[in-house]
Design a protein around this ligand. Structure first.
Ligand SMILES: Cc1ncc(COP(=O)(O)O)c(C=O)c1O
Length: 425
């Protein structure tokens, strides 16, 4: 996994630690562009659009970069859609796939944002508010994929999307409000196995058959990036060819040429990010216990290890510049007052502790987590223990370092606190 740290040379790591401090997120523009190119080259039979799932990392620079490179966007809430518009994204390039029916939907639709209904009630609410319109629906095709129930977004245990057996209900609602279903969407987090993708695309195409006006099938995201040596990244060309073939067969059978959409989050940003921290303490619980490396970051900055036992590759940057040959087996923990603040869980089991072997380190050395561009800065328990939200820095294509988000000040942290008497009459 050494490769994922290539853009953060020891020289850069120490310069950044000195200038912006630790902890900080660091992104590599070259890697972002590379991933975008891969996604835009996804094989397709007919029309094609790639959307970026904004929730993976909504930093304005990243949105504008992907916009320039030709990506469209998927927003996971009305707020996320408006946030993207605020930083200059054309509303017509944004689709909303949200668990909460957006309170600002009227405004967003007037601007040109597309709506993807993810439940029968959402469809009913949409029909009631906007009768006669075209609409997209998210369908749960009946199977799921993901390493545990925190990341599985399809099948019986998932509340995301309209269960495939409720399609007759969808038709009734559409008829009641004069809605035309023109897009169908599935997202089950399908991973890197072409067989699973084949199943998902065929189930999704079967659902499309029930809607004569559907012209676009969106297969969501779920293209995996390996975070450990044993994990396998998705080969987009392999998956894409499976999907392309299925679309061609569908055309032969039905005479319908469907446009394809995909909307990766992880694939586009995961590898481009590193969380850089400093070792602030080393604690032992004796010969039957563990050696703990304690960091100046924690679950407040990168929550996914604590939340679902996600594993991220680790690299030590020794303060004296010399990586020792000697190894040690350690548990890496964060700075929050929580026993669950742990960066080396058993994979997929946040309750478990799995010590890892690292070069022997000292307090003051830097420690980096790789593959930290997706669902890391964006999914954080901001301000727990009153640790400030941390900066984001980009290493641009020309080698310049650009601060994309400042470190939060304590003044920022308390800025919304007040003592206003509410008039409830
Ligand atoms: C609707 C939708 N689309 C796309 C994505 C992106 O998924 P991934 O980051 O696995 O590519 C998600 C993630 O949860 C999602 O919910």
């Amino acid at each position: 996994m050494e490769k994922v740290f290539e853009f953060l040379t020891p020289e850069r790591a120490f310069k950044l630690a000195k200038t912006v401090g630790t902890p900080t997120y660091i992104y590599d523009e070259g890697e972002l562009c590379h991933a975008a190119k891969d996604v835009l080259n996804f094989p397709h039979a007919f029309g094609f659009k790639a959307r970026y799932a904004i929730k993976a990392n909504p930093n304005a620079y990243i949105l504008r970069l992907f916009d320039k490179l030709g990506l469209h966007f998927d927003a996971s809430s009305g707020y996320e859609a408006e946030r993207a518009m605020l930083v200059g994204i054309n509303p017509e390039k944004i689709q909303i796939t949200a668990q909460e029916y957006p309170k600002n939907l009227k405004y967003l639709l007037e601007k040109g944002v597309l709506f993807n209904a993810t439940s029968c009630l959402q469809l009913e609410m949409f029909g009631n508010e906007f009768p006669g319109k075209e609409v997209s629906i998210r369908v749960n095709p009946g199977i799921g994929s993901g390493h545990n129930n925190r990341t599985n977004v399809g099948g019986l245990s998932s509340s995301f999307g309209i269960w495939h057996e409720w399609i007759p209900e969808v038709k009734k609602i559409a008829e009641k409000y004069g809605l035309t279903v023109t897009k169908l969407h599935t997202h089950i987090g399908s991973g890197s196995d072409p067989k699973t993708w084949e199943k998902v695309v065929n189930l999704s195409l079967n659902a499309v058959k029930k809607f004569p006006h559907v012209h676009t099938l969106n297969l969501g995201g779920g293209y995996k990036i390996a975070r450990t040596a044993t994990e396998k990244s998705t080969d987009l060309l392999v998956i894409g060819l499976t999907v392309k073939k299925a679309f061609e067969t569908f055309y032969k059978e039905t005479g319908r040429k469907l446009d394809l959409e995909i909307e990766p989050g992880t694939y586009l940003v995961a590898k481009a990010g590193i969380l850089l921290s400093k070792i602030i303490d080393k604690v032992s619980t004796g010969k039957d216990g563990y050696t703990f490396l304690k960091l100046d970051t924690g679950m407040n900055d990168m929550t996914r290890t604590t939340l679902y036992g996600a594993i991220h590759p680790v690299k030590i940057y020794p303060a004296n510049g010399i990586l020792p040959k000697e190894k040690e087996t350690v548990v890496v923990v964060g700075h929050c007052c929580e026993s669950g603040d742990i960066f080396t869980p058993v994979p997929g089991d946040p309750e478990g502790i799995l010590p890892i072997e690292l070069p022997k380190s000292r307090v003051g050395d830097l420690l980096a987590f790789g593959v930290a561009g997706a669902y890391c800065a964006s999914m954080s328990l901001i301000n727990y223990n009153s640790f400030p939200q941390i900066p984001e820095v980009l290493i641009a294509l020309d080698g310049k370092f650009i601060l994309l988000r400042k470190r939060q000040s304590l003044q920022d942290m308390i800025a919304l606190e007040c003592e206003e008497v509410l008039d409830l009459t």
